[in-house]
Design a protein around this ligand. Structure first.
Ligand SMILES: [Cu+2]
Length: 160
């Protein structure tokens, strides 16, 4: 990789305060942003109840869409599983079950994923996270750059 001024502005180089004034123009120039919140999209309160087995784990979060149009979440990838799906909880003939969605349209405003509703489901975990851990999750959108977030692992009782 070519050594450029940008490489010295990585998040680890926080003591380069002398160069901080250069950051906004550079971000504009390269259309580049490493923060989990871009101007048009913010994810808050991402959490995962401690999984009880390695087959599945649920993730709940809030997405704030500040764009004028809707966002479309098309897929996810996590650092503890190969498979991550968008799930919806539905009631069919008196039975509660989960349905996998191909994509999720997020209207302008706030969308809340919560137990008994929309959620993200990780399958076949490579490792079993414990309360206090953080796992990495990347959200892929059709019409917005990828968003990388950290998900807090919390005791299941915290979600009730
Ligand atoms: Cu599910």
């Amino acid at each position: 990789m070519v050594e450029s001024p940008l490489s010295r502005l990585s998040p680890s180089g926080r003591n380069h305060s002398r160069m901080a004034w250069m950051l906004p123009p550079l971000l504009l120039l390269f259309g580049f942003c490493q923060e989990p919140a871009s101007g048009s999209l913010e994810v808050k309160n991402a959490r995962m109840p401690v999984p009880v087995h390695s087959r599945t784990a649920a993730v709940y979060l809030e997405i704030m869409n500040s764009r004028a149009d809707s966002l479309e979440l098309v897929s996810l990838s996590s650092d503890i599983s190969d498979s991550a799906e968008i799930h919806e909880t539905v009631e069919e003939q008196g039975m509660i079950r989960m349905k996998s969605l191909d994509s999720l349209r997020i209207l302008p405003g706030e969308l809340t994923m919560k137990p008994g509703g929309l959620h993200i489901m990780l399958k076949d975990l490579h490792s079993m996270p414990a309360a206090g851990d953080e796992i990495g999750l990347t959200l892929h959108f059709r019409n917005e750059p990828d968003l990388q977030i950290q998900v807090r692992v919390v005791p299941a009782a915290e979600l009730l």
